[in-house]
Design a protein around this ligand. Structure first.
Ligand SMILES: Cc1ncc(COP(=O)(O)O)c(C=O)c1O
Length: 403
């Protein structure tokens, strides 16, 4: 008897680590060297955590042998509260913070605790695909609202409003956005909050890139605009603090908790069931959030992330038939391939062909729940020289791919 996977996995896709990666790994086993631009993992590209963070974790390792409280270490949760208070989020304390094994685990817990079968969650397209995948796993329905490339990839409030129905439970905001790098203006966030307010939706705000901002862009915390809407803000140490391997993230619950007692009890049950987040990783939170300059050196002029974003954008934009909204945040490019120049019917096929021809791994746009096969995403983490080489390979490949 074949042993099959659960039906709950039908429709669950996570192409950032999907079939194309398996092919890349097969090629690596054959001895090929693949340039991997598929995943936002800073450490392999030579980014290191601030010394103070590593030192604190090492110093506290002997104290990290046991389980912690299910919500996490008090000192770390206190640091999280202070961080969000500085961003203008009011009326929160340590009991409103849950630490998790990365934001990923907390996305799963937050959605599992909320959704019944066929409940709907509004998610941006393109999205960070874990949101859609977890909604599907919970047997909910991801309803994608379209972000407008011609408007700098900002969501359209009317489009979102038109998709709200009786089963809609929550609105997901990813700001700064992965994969587009869009940073949402305050007025737009006010509009999103207002939709949630009027329709009784829970706001899920994924702000893991809140400190990776370019060209003077400013980030507004959704929760700071939503004191009267139940809001869960997700953040962590994987990106700005470069310790993705520590699996250290948090969620802060703000807004009217009184009406949400049942839901919050569900969150507690799920947090308790996994006992606690990795404790050594929790010890990194307080020193990381206490370092005011931990990230600025990377995103100001001369900083690696900024210089790499600039070069990647210039080089991609110079390729005929390729255009790219300049990202104001995060660490990705989401270029468009003009269908009149590159008539691509299947973008997974396209990235596989690119991989095989040029030994370069990127992710197809449909992997981010973008409905058309005309985009792909690459990370801008490699050094400028490696990015130049990588985009040179893309240009060469495209030259033979067009009409
Ligand atoms: C928007 C977004 N949210 C969440 C995550 C997951 O982060 P973590 O490493 O904290 O699980 C990522 C990782 O790429 C991301 O891009």
């Amino acid at each position: 008897m074949p042993i099959d996977q659960s039906e709950k996995l039908a429709g669950v896709a996570y192409d950032v680590r999907g079939p194309v990666l398996r092919e890349a790994m097969r090629m690596e086993q054959e001895g090929h060297r693949i340039l991997r631009l598929n995943i936002g993992n800073p450490a392999p590209f030579g980014f290191e955590a601030p010394d103070a963070v590593l030192e604190d974790v090492v110093r506290n390792l002997p104290l990290a042998q046991g389980y912690s409280d299910a919500r996490g270490l008090l000192s770390a949760r206190r640091a999280v509260v202070q961080y969000h208070e500085r961003l203008g989020v009011g009326d929160i304390d340590v009991d409103d913070v849950y630490l998790g094994n990365g934001v990923s685990e907390l996305i799963a817990i937050a959605l599992q605790a909320l959704l019944n079968n066929d409940d709907e969650v509004l998610i941006p397209a393109p999205d960070y695909p874990l949101w859609t995948a977890v909604v599907s796993l919970c047997r909910g329905r991801a309803v994608h609202y379209r972000c407008d490339e011609s408007a700098g990839w900002l969501p359209d409030l009317d489009d979102i409003a038109a998709r709200i129905g009786p089963r809609t439970r929550a609105l997901v905001v990813i700001n700064p956005n992965n994969p587009t790098g869009a940073v949402y203006p305050r007025e737009l966030l006010e509009g999103l909050v207002d939709l949630a307010r009027r329709h009784g939706l829970v706001l899920f705000s994924d702000e893991i890139y809140d400190r990776i901002l370019y060209d003077g862009a400013t980030h507004t915390a959704t929760a700071a605009l939503a004191p009267d809407v139940l809001t869960l803000t997700f953040n962590g140490l994987s990106k700005a603090y470069r310790v993705a391997g520590f699996r250290s993230g948090w969620v802060v619950v703000s807004g009217p908790r009184g009406d949400a007692r049942g839901y919050l009890e569900g969150l507690d049950i799920l947090a308790n069931m996994r006992l606690c987040a990795n404790v050594p990783g929790q010890h990194a939170i307080q020193p990381a959030l206490g370092e005011p300059d931990a990230v600025s050196g990377l995103v100001l002029p001369g900083g690696r992330l900024l210089e790499q974003r600039n070069r990647a954008w210039e080089l991609l934009s110079a390729i005929p038939g390729v255009s790219c909204v300049k990202p104001l945040g995060a660490m990705y490019m989401f270029p468009r391939l003009d269908p009149a120049v590159y008539p691509i019917a299947d973008d997974e096929r396209f990235v596989l062909d690119l991989l095989r021809a040029e030994r370069l791994l990127v992710v197809q746009g449909t992997g981010f729940n973008w409905p058309e096969p005309d985009h792909f995403r690459l990370v801008t983490l490699p050094h400028v020289d490696d990015l130049t080489e990588a985009i040179g390979r893309i240009e060469r490949f495209l030259a033979g791919y067009g009409q």
